[in-house]
Design a protein around this ligand. Structure first.
Ligand SMILES: [Zn+2]
Length: 294
């Protein structure tokens, strides 16, 4: 082949690559534009076609909003403190139990199975219409770490005081908002006729802050005994925070897909001792580092 023929072939190949790239870009742009223009932000909670209703309105009137807030504040005011693995404020945990039953009394009428685990933890089961679908588990915890006003709180930690539209108190983020949010959202949805296709569990532990050896462990034990398999577990997440990510304007919802854990590892190396003036090719330190790396 002549040189000009080769050049022509390369040119033709480049032309095809560039054209394909431009066509793909144009296609993606068209799809993105159609999706953006057809997105309706005010549709409320859309349910799938198999549900009894097509749409559940998320409009909450003033009275309902006040009621939800009052219940949440009540939850914050109960000092469900875990002091250690052996010591919890059990009086407060009992009071919290009473609050959950009072606030979510309709749940019991709506075919939700509820059981108390290890005296103060809770396990709920919401049956789905399709028992063949693997259920999931929503988790939250009702205990909090200790808090003292002397730590510099702007409002007493168990007062649930509202300052400039923010509720102050131990447990507002970690983790009583999910506790109250999950149950109240469920009650709201069920009242509106929501019938889940996939069944799900809700587990509320009472000693998560001190490792969950009573609550979480026994919830797991019960589920294992019943051979429950789960499609996924959704644990407490992070809050929607403003100004935490530099360069990002407005609130950011941080989604955690895993959580840090801790592990204790004991490593030991046995090697022939020697003099440091003539070290072996590999020392015990090198071998130990290799083990740590592995
Ligand atoms: Zn937590």
């Amino acid at each position: 082949m002549t040189e000009s023929g080769q050049k022509f072939k390369i040119f033709k190949f480049l032309k095809i690559v560039i054209c394909s790239f431009l066509i793909t870009c144009l296609l993606l742009f068209t799809i993105a534009s159609i999706r953006t223009l057809s997105l309706d932000l005010n549709v409320g909670l859309q349910l799938a076609r198999w549900e009894k209703t097509n749409n559940i309105s998320l409009v909450i009137d003033h009275h309902q909003r006040e009621e939800l807030l009052a219940h949440f504040k009540e939850a914050i005011r109960i000092p469900t403190v875990s002091f250690s693995e052996k010591e919890s404020n059990t009086t407060a945990l009992l009071e919290f139990d009473r609050l959950l039953r009072e606030v979510n009394k309709r749940l019991r009428l709506l075919l939700i199975r509820h059981e108390l685990v290890a005296n103060y933890s809770h396990l709920f089961w919401v049956q789905g219409s399709h028992p063949d679908l693997v259920p999931y588990l929503l988790l939250a915890h009702i205990d909090v770490v200790p808090a003292s006003e002397a730590d510099g709180w702007e409002a007493p930690p168990f007062s649930a005081q509202e300052i400039d539209g923010f509720i102050y108190g131990r447990g507002t983020i970690d983790d009583k908002s999910p506790v109250m949010g999950i149950l109240q959202a469920l009650e709201y949805l069920l009242k509106k006729g929501y019938a889940p296709r996939r069944g799900f569990y809700i587990g509320l532990g009472h000693d998560e802050e001190v490792s969950g050896f009573k609550g979480a462990l026994n919830i797991v034990r019960i589920m294992k005994q019943r051979s429950v398999r789960l499609s996924f577990v959704l644990d407490e997440g992070l809050a929607v925070l403003d100004g935490v990510i530099s360069g990002l304007q407005g609130p950011a919802a941080l989604i955690g897909i895993s959580e840090k854990g801790s592990a204790t590892v004991k490593l030991s190396v046995s090697m022939a001792p020697g003099h440091s003036s003539m070290p072996p090719r590999e020392t015990s330190i090198g071998s130990w580092l290799q083990q740590s790396k592995d």
